[in-house]
Design a binder for this molecule. Structure first.
Ligand code: GLN
Length: 268
């Protein structure tokens, strides 16, 4: 007799991952699964779980197998067309929320799943939020998340600022692709399955950050913040680029692991 307990124990994957996958197959929550983990499972459930476990053993991210990842306490649909939301990015959201004036017009560049603009709008309904991505696959997922979570945001296809004409913003945020070309992390773990163009600029890691800073000067209102996420070793370079572009109060914030993770500055 195959029970949830034996299925999870013998799955060959992490216990927590296995439990989440089985909950999804059975359509039950954690409490139900724990209360019923010694009951026999139906053959079709066992087979569906086995298929997911095989994919997980081959490295596919749990978030893609589940089709969902939590960000800022909300569930966001995710798939292979978008970066999986990371807890570090909640720092970017918090910094933006603390700096957005009442009724501010906000832009998110390279939105992916839409986790940043949707969260900003739901936490601060006074904000007028728009977001762009170059990828139509990403925009479809972002639109799905905005609709499912009832966030009134505007989504547009654009290569950074290219399609935005001369629109002005009070705050610009971004979690751009910032991993250096050839970085070993790109061939490890979840990153192997994520869209490569959402992870790296295929250059020194700062190419998109340069473009975002360069375009922000003309599009930010006076006193407006530019805030962007970056790699643990890109804080000094980010502040130098901000200062060189005329931003003031250029600074870097650290994530929960104590690593440089977000930099920003004010357009005077
Ligand atoms: N934070 C991601 C990682 O290093 C990278 C995300 C990005 O490039 N914006 O796993």
């Amino acid at each position: 007799m195959t029970t949830a307990r034996t299925l999870i124990a013998e799955s060959g994957i992490d216990r927590v991952d296995a439990r989440l996958l089985l909950q999804q197959v059975l359509g039950v929550n954690r409490a139900w699964l724990m209360a019923h983990d010694d009951e026999p499972l139906a053959d079709d459930a066992i087979a569906r779980f086995a298929a997911l476990a095989t994919r997980r053993r081959a490295g596919e991210p749990v978030a893609y197998l589940l089709g969902v990842r939590e960000f800022y306490s909300r569930d966001f649909a995710v798939g292979p067309g978008v970066l999986i939301p990371r807890p570090e990015t909640e720092l970017l959201v918090e910094l933006a929320l603390a700096r957005a004036p009442q009724g501010a017009v906000v832009l998110d560049l390279g939105t992916g799943s839409g986790c940043i603009p949707v969260t900003l709008k739901l936490e601060r309904p006074d904000l007028i939020v728009s977001a762009v991505d170059i990828s139509t696959d990403a925009l479809a997922i972002a639109a799905r998340n905005a609709a499912a979570l009832d966030a009134d945001i505007v989504l547009r296809q654009s290569d950074w600022y290219a399609a935005l004409a001369d629109a002005q913003f009070d705050l610009i945020v971004s979690n751009p692709p910032y991993i250096v070309a050839g970085d070993a992390h790109l061939t490890q773990g979840d990153l192997r399955f994520e869209p490569i163009d959402a992870l790296t600029d295929h250059a020194d890691g700062l190419a998109h950050i340069r473009a975002i800073i360069a375009g922000a000067t003309a599009r930010l209102s006076a006193g407006g913040w530019l805030l962007f996420e970056h790699g643990y070793d890109q804080g000094p370079a980010s502040r130098a680029l901000l200062a060189a572009a005329g931003f003031v109060e250029a600074q870097t914030w650290t994530d929960l692991a104590g690593l440089d993770r977000v930099s920003g500055g004010i357009r005077p």
